[in-house]
Design a protein around this ligand. Sequence first.
Ligand code: BTN
Length: 255
Amino acid sequence: VPHLTTSWLGKPYYYFPQIGSTNDEALHLAAQGAPHGTVAVAEEQTQGRGRLKRPWLSAPRSGIYLSILLRTPLPVREASQSNLVAALALVKTLRKEYDIPAAIKWPNDVLIHGKKTAGILTEMQSDQDYTRFLVVGIGMNVNYKKEQLEASFRYPGTSLAIERGRPIKRQELLLSFLQAFETEHDRFVKRGFESLVPALEQYSAILGKAVKVHTAREEISGKVSGFNSDGALKLLTDAGKEEVIWVGDVMQVEG
Ligand code: BTN
């Protein structure tokens, strides 16, 4: 029987056969004083939330839906950095344990062969004493069948089972992922975010590619030249300028 190998992550660990949203549950647990590293996992979500107010398909036994509460006293940009920690942990797990060529689409998608297979939604809130905490929500399409995804996703999505040709044991994947997240997060806290940047570039789905980036203010076209030491996207724009982008949505222009 696989078991939890982490030292602080998933302690405590809440399991729900069905819930509205594990992110909402984790925010609620946080408000009641739950500690750093608390994890909420559900078999099924009835109100799964994605980014940009999109619903997140959360059918029973088909995916992994989990949220991690982080109480690290770090600056505000840590929200996007924790997103990347989760993406990196997942990509490393899929590559190492399952030989699946997963890649990170900055800032919060995991792709396989260019198709989305996991998404991350990090939310920040404050306690009454104004200490900030983060809830990192991760949704993975594990054993979804093609028809299930086609019926619901706007983005052309895929699942691990589709890409691998056979189903994956969700409990094993979840436990490996939690161990990987703890390892990457410990590295982040101890050695700084810049220690993750080489791996982020190595496993990037967009490095060197022509993209369009939507930010709150504008749409910029260019080529991804890398990530800075804080995890921001570096873009060489079509006008020949280096732009550093902290928050944005990336659309790929060419394959
Ligand atoms: C996205 O790509 O839009 C982010 C999707 C995040 C989905 C996960 S599933 C677990 C957690 N609970 C939610 O309601 N959302 C996140």
